[in-house]
Design a protein around this ligand. Sequence first.
Ligand code: HEC
Length: 163
Amino acid sequence: MSIKLNSQAITMMIGLCALLTFIACVGSTDSGTQKKQTIRDEVEEVVGSTSTAIAKEEEIVYEEKSVDPEKIAKAKEIIASVSDEDIAQLDALKLFRKNCAICHGRKGNMKINGAKDLTISKLTMEERVANIYFGQGLMTPFKGVMTEAEIVATAKYIQGFRE
Ligand code: HEC
């Protein structure tokens, strides 16, 4: 009785071993190398796309966005209404640091929250004033937050980042 059980158990164990060996072989040869290849492909894909992303990041040049003509008209009005003396009385550096540096950084190139790099921006004075007054995308409008003179002074000040 006990011998019979033992031989049954041995047969089962041999069978199990054979099955495991078979699975291990199949796993390590075919699907194993295949898996490795797939992982390698994926890694190459990720590395490849990151390096292209880095390359793209380096050559970002902002196209001049056509700002709404109505906004440009308002910006021209604002600029005309502000005299040089009005601007001279203001501390543009302080205004920029207080209102803008949180996203653009003190040197204009921080790009926090998707803010554009002001050192490579190509916007005209009118477009900048319109942009600051009305806001754009994630940039909040400064209409009512800063006076018109302050907006013009800041728009002038940021031109200095381009040099
Ligand atoms: C809340 C963050 C934030 C603050 C504060 C902020 N900006 Fe911006 N700014 C942005 C973002 C985001 C953009 C890009 C908007 C877009 O194109 O969608 C931007 C774009 C600009 C542009 C346009 C650049 C281009 O070439 O298109 C100018 C100019 C600008 N900001 C100036 C200023 C000035 C001046 C101030 C302060 C009075 C200021 N910003 C405050 C986030 C901010």
